[in-house]
Design a protein around this ligand. Structure first.
Ligand SMILES: [Zn+2]
Length: 282
């Protein structure tokens, strides 16, 4: 069965489709295996009763159901993101986790297709290792779960967040977006020693002007804007020597056959820009 069959979001089956697409287009990727996350790891940033209730089917997951297969798949998405974050730190450049479904997950409740907050599980672990984390959340929606956990666990000195859903004005202009991103990264660099930095980049595809759950024509990004967005962020991080781990986040456009070809195209563009930017530093 398709694990997302009872949800509007394609996120539970998206990693497999996205990676298959990248292989089909022969993008320069190297895949690595990883371990799933654990209940104990989730409990570093979530309420323990909440975690166990969801994992054991007593409480709805972020997709609004209690299917154990869906809830358990979240251990794999969180594990993937944590592993990719460590790989980015190890190689000092970039790693990708082809995952979604993190930023609306709060300390003790799921919301909006998000069950557990893999961004914050990874951030908490890295902070414990002496790192500081900048979260650049370019999904269309406010990373409210991320923000709540940052504040609740008093991580604000070590984890900062820029989120499109809260921080972009009502009308999109690339120059203004670029200025905000440059400022956010400059602030991060100013307050964090070089060896301690890592940036999480949620490369959401639902900021696209055509997304049914996105910001719309005026506040959304075109195909070209999104490529420029990706190029800007990867180039800044490369030039400043900030390791970056990125993931997919939202993207809800369907083609007339019910497939996600447009979403695949947008995520492919991000991987193409990533490969182009980092190829130049080898
Ligand atoms: Zn979103």
């Amino acid at each position: 069965m398709s694990v997302d069959s009872r949800s509007y979001s394609p996120s539970a089956s998206k990693p497999e489709q996205v990676v298959a697409d990248w292989h089909q287009y022969q993008l320069a990727i190297e895949t690595q295996s990883f371990e799933p996350s654990t209940a104990d790891a989730l409990c570093t940033v979530h309420d323990q009763t909440h975690v166990l209730d969801v994992l054991e089917g007593r409480k709805n997951n972020g997709h609004g159901n209690r299917i154990l297969e869906v809830s358990e798949s979240c251990l794999w998405t969180v594990g993937s993101f944590v592993a990719a974050a460590h790989e980015a730190v190890r190689n000092g450049k970039v790693a990708c986790s082809p995952t979604s479904g993190f930023h609306h997950a709060h300390y003790d409740h799921c919301r909006g297709f998000c069950t557990f907050n893999g961004l914050m599980v990874a951030a908490h672990g890295l902070v414990s290792d002496g790192k500081s984390v900048a979260i650049l959340d370019c999904d269309a929606h406010f990373g409210d779960g991320t923000q709540e956990i940052i504040e609740r666990l008093s991580l604000g000195d070590r984890v900062s967040q820029w989120t499109y859903g809260r921080d972009m004005p009502d009308q999109f202009h690339f120059a203004e977006f670029e200025a905000q991103i440059r400022q956010f990264i400059a602030d991060f660099v100013a307050k964090t020693p070089a060896g301690q930095r890592i940036l999480f980049y949620q490369a959401g595809a639902d900021v696209h002007t055509g997304d049914p759950l996105g910001p719309g024509e005026l506040r959304g990004m075109t195909d070209d804007d999104m490529r420029q967005r990706d190029r800007l962020i990867f180039t800044l991080c490369r030039d400043l020597g900030i390791p970056v781990v990125w993931n997919l986040a939202g993207g809800y456009q369907r083609d007339r056959h019910g497939g996600i070809s447009k979403v695949l195209e947008l995520h492919r563009a991000t991987m193409e820009e990533c490969a182009l930017v980092y190829r130049r530093c080898n």
